[in-house]
Ligand binder design. Structure first.
Ligand SMILES: Cc1cc2nc3c(=O)[nH]c(=O)nc-3n(C[C@H](O)[C@H](O)[C@H](O)COP(=O)(O)O)c2cc1C
Length: 195
């Protein structure tokens, strides 16, 4: 079995819905299983951020990263960048980095935004940077996925994305959904080939 880690941060539920679809894509591949993990919020004195939902998956441990055959990383877009709690988590992975523990493992990224042109692609690229430093093999989405041309909402060659609206209440569109599942499948298939 290839154990694929789906690590995400979500406050409003949009990235969480995407993570569940990526996991569904992974689980559709025989001999692949998905493990969902999240990270705690980082406290600020700004005070306007809601807590992450208590009914989510466990917090990610370094061991989860070490034992996974591949990684899907999801974050809300925050000012065109990955959310601080995820960046904080990656800043605590230098022990793994020194040992090259993640080098050669496949990885992909996904995000959600409030506005259609609110920085999905910059966020996806920002999420790739720590993964590249760790030596991970970044997977995007190929244009052989017809939904990349058809979408009127999210979906990029850099990874799945979702246009959630300012209240985070837009449903994941059919194309966004298909691209999340396709990305999960692709990650699992490549992980199995590499192992
Ligand atoms: C501090 C902060 C910064 C944000 N920055 C952006 C942004 O740059 N572009 C955008 O479209 N949405 C931005 N948003 C909105 C979130 O990206 C959007 O609501 C996302 O879907 C939330 O995902 P979640 O429901 O999984 O928490 C921001 C939200 C917060 C709280």
């Amino acid at each position: 079995m290839a154990d694929l880690l789906v690590l995400y941060y979500s406050v409003g539920g949009s990235v969480r819905r995407m993570a569940e679809l990526v996991a569904e894509g992974i689980e559709r591949v025989p001999h692949a299983s998905a493990r969902l993990r999240t990270v705690p919020r980082v406290f600020t004195n700004i005070g306007d951020e809601k807590a992450i939902p208590a009914d989510g998956p466990p917090y990610c441990e370094l061991e989860d990263l070490e034992r996974c055959a591949g990684l899907a990383l999801g974050s809300p877009t925050r000012f065109g960048n990955m959310a601080a709690p995820l960046k904080h988590f990656w800043d605590g992975t230098s022990l793994l980095w020194r040992r090259g523990a993640l080098a050669g493992k496949p990885a992909c990224v996904f995000t959600s935004t409030a506005s259609l042109h609110g920085g999905q692609e910059t966020t996806l690229v920002s999420m790739m940077l720590p993964l590249l430093h760790h030596g991970m093999l970044i997977l995007g989405l190929p244009y052989t996925q017809a939904e990349l041309d058809a979408t009127r909402a999210g979906g990029t060659p850099y990874g799945p994305s979702h246009f959630a609206g300012t209240a985070d209440d837009f449903a994941v569109s059919a194309e966004e959904r298909a691209l999340c599942i396709a990305q999960g499948r692709r990650l699992a298939e490549v992980a199995l080939k590499l192992s």
